[in-house]
Design a protein around this ligand. Structure first.
Ligand code: NAP
Ligand code: MG
Length: 490
């Protein structure tokens, strides 16, 4: 009897191809307990309360974080207001030196910060190591370059700092969002009170030690930790000259309402439901890589994720079968493992949200495909998921899932692609895959999105402004436009 043959695909992707574990071994140096970072020092919160920070990787407690109340937030603002008097008067060349120093110190401790970010937030170590930490340093380097050139930004006019900036950031890119917020604010001569997200405060608190080592004057940057109530105290403090918020559209709207009539400046970076549009003339294998990266990068916890795939009908079957094959090669599991592609979901609450939306996709009639992958027993994990036969009315096509879930829709003509892509109340990003340059230009003018990537996806650079239209917010971060949002023109 002839031996039973193993199908080629199983030989390629089956058990034979199991990798040995390859955990990153650098130490994260996380303190057992962190106070608030106010006026250059760590101090116990006036509330005397702390909350646990756990790792979504295995649900183990990493540290205790101080819970800042209104009186603590007030102390941070007072420190920032005092520091503003001298920091805003420093020559730009001097401010630049601090920013360069911060960037270099972060580079020196890159491995340690990458491990801390992965433990605290659940993202794969290869992403925190190769993306989050280097990009955070790049933002400080870039804005150090602006600090002494503010007089040349708008010829004939001068830029003045605004004052104390209140900043509130989310949990998906904790250190990078901190860098996006702090670097331009400091370069322009402002001082800062920043609240990290409740589930991911650790790298901000470790970053405080970099500020100390850089000799940054006390009070220029202050960190107040806590949840939504602390965020609300930051947003509503009377000393704030501007609020810079990144997070959900619902909270962004509440902040806009709260600030109406106060004269405070506001920038909002909110949610998204980006269309990643693939035309029949696109190089398909490259497009498939772009689609995978567009949605599974950082477990899909990305505001600009390509979460709605719009594929031209003539190639829809081919793309779907290539995506299914590719999904089977994605390694989901321990984020600290250097071979992991998709790590842990940031929190139990987020996991529940993803599960609920995926259940709605199934019950509304979309067709689900999940690669057969073994998930760790402890920790929060969700398998990479595709939905085909999705219609525009399905919740999975309309709502931001913020998880590793791709919804696939089809189109026949470029006009239909534009119409479907813009049929959302968000407008943060979009992607176009085609061989035709003229089509790229046409699509990028017609797509209502702050960023349009062509034949690539999720590419970032400090020089390139990022921000949204419609309910994705307003204001820009990065580039000259981002800097202008932290200054007033005189
Ligand atoms: P979120 O609930 O809006 O939280 C964002 C931040 O605001 C957190 O620090 C949060 O505190 C704080 N917060 C909550 N309620 C507040 C209130 N009433 N007043 C002031 N601050 C408050 O959003 P998330 O669920 O953490 O983040 C995911 C969302 O952010 C997604 O919708 C995503 O698209 C968006 N996002 C956008 C961008 C962008 O650049 N456009 C980037 C990343 C994420 P706690 O979390 O500590 O409770
Ligand atoms: Mg955590």
């Amino acid at each position: 009897m002839p031996a039973k043959r193993t199908p080629a695909r199983e030989l390629l992707f089956g058990d034979l191809w199991e990798y040995d574990p390859a955990p990153e071994t650098a130490k994260a140096f996380i303190d057992e307990r962190y106070g608030l970072f106010i006026n250059g020092k760590f101090a116990a919160p006036k509330t005397k309360k702390y909350f646990d920070s756990i790792s979504p990787r295995n649900q183990e407690k990493l540290s205790e974080i101080a819970l800042a109340g209104a009186a603590d937030v007030d102390a941070a603002y007072q420190a920032a207001a005092t520091a503003f008097k001298s920091w805003s008067k420093l020559p730009g060349t001097e401010r630049a030196k601090y920013l360069f120093r911060i960037a270099r110190l972060l580079q020196d401790r890159a491995r340690e910060f990458a491990v801390a970010e992965t433990l605290d937030g659940g993202k794969p170590i290869k992403e925190s190591r190769d993306f989050d930490v280097p990009m955070a340093a790049a933002h400080f380097f870039y804005h150090a370059g602006w600090a002494d050139k503010l007089d040349h930004v708008t010829p004939g006019r001068t830029l003045e700092p605004l004052g104390v900036i209140g900043q509130v950031i989310p949990w998906n890119f904790p250190l990078l969002m901190l860098a996006w917020k702090i670097a331009p604010a400091l370069a322009a001569g402002n001082t800062v009170v920043l609240k990290p997200a409740e589930t991911t405060s650790i790298t901000a608190l470790k970053f405080a030690s970099i500020l100390q080592d850089a000799g940054l004057p006390p009070g220029v940057v202050n960190f107040v930790t806590g949840a939504g109530e602390t965020g609300s105290a930051v947003v509503n403090h009377p000393l704030a000259a501007k609020i810079a918020f990144t997070g959900s559209t619902a909270v962004g709207k509440a902040i806009q309402r709260a600030l109406a009539g106060t004269g405070k400046r506001l920038t909002l970076e909110l949610g998204g439901k980006a269309a990643n549009i693939v035309f029949e003339d696109a190089p398909l294998d490259q497009a498939v890589e772009g689609i995978i990266n567009g949605i599974f990068f950082n477990q899909g916890h990305v505001c600009c994720a390509g979460s709605r795939l719009l594929v031209q009908e003539s190639i829809a079957n081919a793309v779907l079968s290539k995506l299914k094959i590719r999904l089977r090669t994605l390694r989901t599991g321990d984020p600290l493992d250097k071979n992991t592609d998709v790590g842990a979901i940031n929190s139990k609450a987020q996991l529940t949200r993803i599960q609920d939306l995926v259940a709605s996709g199934v019950s509304e009639g979309a067709e689900i495909y999940q690669a057969d992958c073994k998930l760790p027993e402890k920790g929060y994990y969700f398998p990479p998921t595709l939905f085909s036969n999705v219609s525009q009315s399905h919740r999975v096509a309309r709502e931001e899932i913020f998880g590793p879930v791709l919804s696939i829709l089809t189109f026949r003509t470029p006009e239909e692609a534009v119409e479907k892509a813009n049929n959302t109340h968000y407008g943060l990003s979009a992607g176009v895959w085609t061989d035709k340059g003229s089509r790229i230009l046409k699509m990028s003018t017609e797509l209502k999105a702050g960023v349009v990537w062509a034949n690539t996806f999720n590419k970032f650079d400090p020089t390139s402004p990022f921000g949204g239209y419609k309910e994705s917010g307003f204001g820009r971060e990065g580039g000259k436009q981002g800097l202008l949002d932290y200054a007033k023109l005189q």
